[in-house]
Design a protein around this ligand. Sequence first.
Ligand code: OAD
Length: 240
Amino acid sequence: MSAPPLIILTGAGISAESGLSTFRDPDGLWARHCIEDVATPEAFAHDPARVHAFYNARRAQLRDPAIQPNAAHHALARLVAAWPAPALLVTQNVDDLHDRAMAGPAAGSLLHMHGELGRIRCLACGTGRRWAEDLSTATPCPACRQAGGLRPDVVWFGEVPLGMERIEEALEDCGLFLSIGTSGQVYPAAGFVAALRGRARTVELNLEPSAGTHLFDAAEHGPATQVVPRFAERLLAEWT
Ligand code: OAD
């Protein structure tokens, strides 16, 4: 039997052991900030300086040499590179830890559906580019020179996630779906498991059972750095 086309969905939990906060855990970002203040287009229109401060702090973490991909990011990079059928890693994370782990040809199999902290976009001229430094309302766009229009190239609540066409095509063919380190509270990602019901084998790998854990065919619970490498090795032993 040939290996099933694979989709892996990841969330903030996979980066937790690298030192990045999740959103909805008790010490998570949404316990310290209101979504309505920092993660909507309306928030940016109303108080761009506050929104920039939130994302500047998170972008700065990615420049911290202590923040590195962990064993779970590396295990998924190996799994995707070696998988003998189509494989797509869809992440809701805006950090770049999957990117760093997946250098090389496997990088084309990574899709940031909620955008990337390391990219910015100009609302005035539409130009997008990589950006590692702080942004402010005074930062001029390197392309059109206008200040005030630069925003983080992340998807805010009320905006359409990126790459949905590619994701929907992959969901059509998917035979194996892994959901890793996500609470399954934000759509459309939270709906992938239900869309695959009866068509693909679905597995949750998470620190604890998510609200939708009953929707999965199987689940393994524990820290990503322990559960994910073990599970990925088992899959590779079975299918390669
Ligand atoms: P959440 O914070 O909602 O969920 C993180 C999940 O990771 C929880 O179920 C935790 O139990 C689990 N977790 C925590 N530590 C873990 C570990 N060491 N190993 C494995 N699992 C662990 O984060 P997401 O589901 O990613 O969107 O959130 C989805 C979206 O909501 C984000 O992309 C962001 C947020 O609002 C936007 O900002 C648009």
